[in-house]
Design a protein around this ligand. Structure first.
Ligand SMILES: [Zn+2]
Length: 451
């Protein structure tokens, strides 16, 4: 028992010493971060005349005019950062003035103002023509484009027209920036992770309206949105900023999920509220689960390892106790260890329950803050079913969902029954949640929405 006591004292001493050292390290790291950030700001603002940029925004960019002082500061900083990050190319006799590059940059910042990543890094070059330009690829005149070669092309007369008529649902700049943002997801290295994941959810929610356009039925959006999903997204973005109230009234669910996707609500900007600080559009609300449908559960690899570890530890203790010729220790450990092992093994054990209106995740042991989590399908982005392959011992379910403003993923190992997977996949898809079936070869007919 002496060695046990010594070990306890050692651990306690280490903890007492380590805590303040770690605290100091953490503090130093944060201070250094602040210093570096303000140095980066100074460097950025030395590259262009920031006062000029600010007065251009203040005089000519309505979105900026509606922001409060704190947001204006953030918007200006992002605009300058975007501007010096891009190579603007004067094309077709265009004269690139400071106003041109500031307003084009501001357009990109408007679209991405609620997101963390806003540089659209897949697109290093922005070509600006004075008016519609001739394309040698399709022998047609174009107003603008964002192509996968990394170029955004804009005609200045149409760009300005988009902002001069702020409520006609045509805005060339926002349209092309929306293409760029979406392409960033597929090609970029520094794309916005939330946007990239949540676009699947928006896709599911907006599918019905997209299909209307495809079938030439009347829709809130202009017909061009039915060309493909890429155009549909850009057309929706134009309406989102140009007539948010009409959008919300016509398609409340699609509008709501676009607010979450872009983390901003144009209706609130016009009321000059503090809208775009990270996470605010993505807050949660309570809901009640109804009608249990199906559940799936299982132990994970982590749990199996914990069990193995606990068993090994117990055997070692037993051997040790026997070598010491048996005493109270043996009795003590032979009672406590199996109990501890049981709890260790099951501490990570979780079950997923599917209800008609949402999912529930339950834990064997109470979590620190909650032992039960419930999410309406509205908050579930994607559910992926994975059939075990050769070396795996279990099938799996992966759930991606929105929780208190950020995207979380949980994995469950499970024994999946094909018929039930099909049933549950149909239910989930009908609830406008993306479903992915991995290695379920014979069920591939269910729409995969990752495109
Ligand atoms: Zn387009």
């Amino acid at each position: 028992m002496n060695s046990l006591l010594a070990m306890g004292i050692l651990i306690l001493t280490a903890a007492v010493l380590f805590t303040p050292i770690y605290g100091l390290y953490y503090l130093a790291k944060r201070l250094w971060g602040r210093v570096m950030e303000s140095a980066a700001d100074k460097y950025l603002f030395s590259k262009i005349d920031v006062k000029d940029a600010e007065s251009i925004l203040e005089n000519k960019f309505q979105y900026f005019q509606n922001l409060n002082d704190l947001e204006k500061k953030r918007f200006l900083k992002r605009t300058v950062h975007f501007l010096i990050n891009k190579e603007f190319v004067a094309s077709g006799g265009m004269l690139l003035t400071e106003e041109v590059v500031v307003l084009i940059s501001a357009c990109a910042v408007q679209l991405t103002f609620g997101l963390e990543e806003y540089l659209l890094e897949t697109f290093p070059k922005i070509f600006v023509y004075p008016k519609e330009y001739y394309s040698k690829y399709d022998h047609l005149y174009h107003k603008g484009e964002a192509n996968l070669n990394g170029a955004i092309v804009l005609s200045w007369n149409n760009f300005i027209d988009g902002y001069n008529k702020p409520h006609d649902n045509y805005n060339l700049g926002l349209h092309e920036m929306a293409h760029a943002l979406r392409f960033d997801k597929f090609k970029g290295e520094a794309y916005d992770a939330f946007f990239a994941q949540y676009l699947d959810k928006w896709h599911m929610v907006a599918m019905e309206e997209f299909n209307k356009l495809r079938n030439h039925q009347p829709s809130f959006f202009r017909e061009y949105g039915g060309t493909n999903f890429n155009e549909f997204f850009s057309v929706s973005v134009e309406c989102f900023f140009e007539s948010p109230m009409e959008f919300k009234n016509a398609l409340p669910e699609v509008f709501k999920h676009m607010c979450i996707l872009l983390n901003q609500n144009p209706l609130e900007i016009y009321k000059n509220k503090n809208f775009a600080m990270e996470g605010s559009q993505r807050a949660d609300n309570d809901f009640q689960l109804q009608d249990p449908m199906f559940y799936e559960s299982g132990t994970s690899v982590k749990n199996s390892l914990a069990l193995l570890f606990a068993a090994g530890f117990w055997i070692m203790i037993l051997i040790n106790a026997f070598l010491e010729k048996g005493n109270g220790t043996l009795v003590f450990f032979s009672i406590t260890m199996p109990v501890a092992g049981y709890f260790i093994t099951n501490s990570g054990f979780k079950k997923i329950y599917f209800y008609s209106n949402g999912i529930e995740i339950k834990y064997f042991l109470p979590r620190l803050f909650k032992s039960k989590e419930a999410y309406p399908y509205d908050k579930v982005i994607c559910i992926e079913f994975h059939e075990k392959t050769g070396i795996e011992s279990n099938d799996g379910i992966q759930v991606t969902y929105l929780d208190e403003g950020s995207i979380k993923t949980k994995n469950f190992s499970a024994e999946l029954v094909s018929g039930e997977v099909l049933k549950i996949a149909d239910l989930i898809a009908a609830k406008k949640t993306a479903v992915k079936l991995n290695a379920f070869a014979h069920y591939k007919k269910i729409t995969n929405t990752s495109g």
